[in-house]
Design a protein around this ligand. Structure first.
Ligand SMILES: [Zn+2]
Length: 287
């Protein structure tokens, strides 16, 4: 039986096209946390207009979000971006189990055919599933981690609160499947890495451009769509709040000005939409 809040797997996971690139949303787990716990500096009542605007992200005290990864399909390539929390069951999430690999298979994907796994950053809700029962889930893939995160999170002072580094990433390193990446970089035709630091030191986004269409996969630049307007609102998970807010503002302005497709893993699933100005506010409109 499904645990509370768990979403049944759709027969075919949601997808969108950006020119020749297909992007499939891979749902992993639900996440439910108090607004006031997640955003300790934002008064509860300040959320009221945004509860109304984005009811699927929570209408009461609880911020309802989720973890997701994405499969990018291009001719001859299969790239996975972020890999959720992992199989679980996750006691801290009410016993839910992750779904990401089931979703990948439901989309017709084959873990053994994935050539690249890219991490926007190295928090635990983005690096699950890579090593299950001691075996790599994507045995032929190079796993690209941001160099600055790799340095930061392996610091012994932080390692203890971040067991996923030892459990999920160190084994990949030992198997020779892990590579670090830094700065802007072309990953595949029309797929480019874009540094967006702050949430973590090496946090990176992904710009997709193909056949005149564009998309920006924003990682954890924002967790709730309200943050595209209230760019100073930071969650407790931002490692450097000031840098994260500056990046959020820059990215939100760009999303409004250039209106690419937005791909946001923590927004109400599947997190596909566009940003527009509506009645004086920068608003996320889901597809
Ligand atoms: Zn996250």
């Amino acid at each position: 039986m499904a645990a509370a809040g768990e979403r049944p797997s759709p027969e075919s996971p949601p997808r969108v096209r950006v020119g020749a690139i297909e992007v499939v949303a891979l749902y992993d787990t639900p996440l439910v946390r108090r607004f006031t716990w997640t955003f300790p500096d934002v008064p509860a009542a300040a959320w009221d207009p945004y509860r109304e605007l984005y009811p699927s992200a929570g209408t009461g005290e609880d911020f309802t979000f989720n973890t997701q990864g994405f499969l990018l399909r291009l001719p001859g390539r299969a790239i996975v971006v972020d890999t959720g929390f992992g199989p679980g069951p996750h006691e801290r999430l009410g016993g839910v189990r992750g779904r990401l690999l089931d979703e990948l298979r439901a989309a017709g994907g084959d873990p053994a055919a994935v050539d690249t796994v890219l991490f926007t950053h190295l928090h635990g809700d983005h690096v699950g599933w890579n090593v299950v029962d001691g075996e790599p889930s994507f045995p032929r893939a190079r796993h690209l981690v941001p160099e600055a995160d790799w340095r930061y999170f392996r610091d012994p002072a932080r390692a203890e609160r971040l067991p996923h580094i030892a459990e999920q990433l160190a084994p990949l390193d030992e198997l020779g499947l892990l590579e670090t990446t830094e700065g802007e970089r072309q990953l595949a035709p029309g797929v480019r890495l874009l540094p967006t630091p702050g949430h973590t030191p090496g946090h990176q986004s992904l710009m997709l451009e193909s056949e005149g269409e564009r998309a920006l996969l924003i990682g954890d630049v924002a967790h709730h769509p309200a943050q595209l307007q209230e760019t100073a609102w930071g969650p407790r998970f931002d490692e450097d709040s000031a840098a994260a807010a500056a990046t959020r503002r820059r990215v939100a302005e760009r999303l409004e000005a250039e209106a690419p497709l937005v791909i946001a893993g923590h927004f109400p699933a599947p997190g596909f939409g566009r940003v527009a100005r509506l009645e004086g506010r920068r608003v996320f409109r889901a597809l």
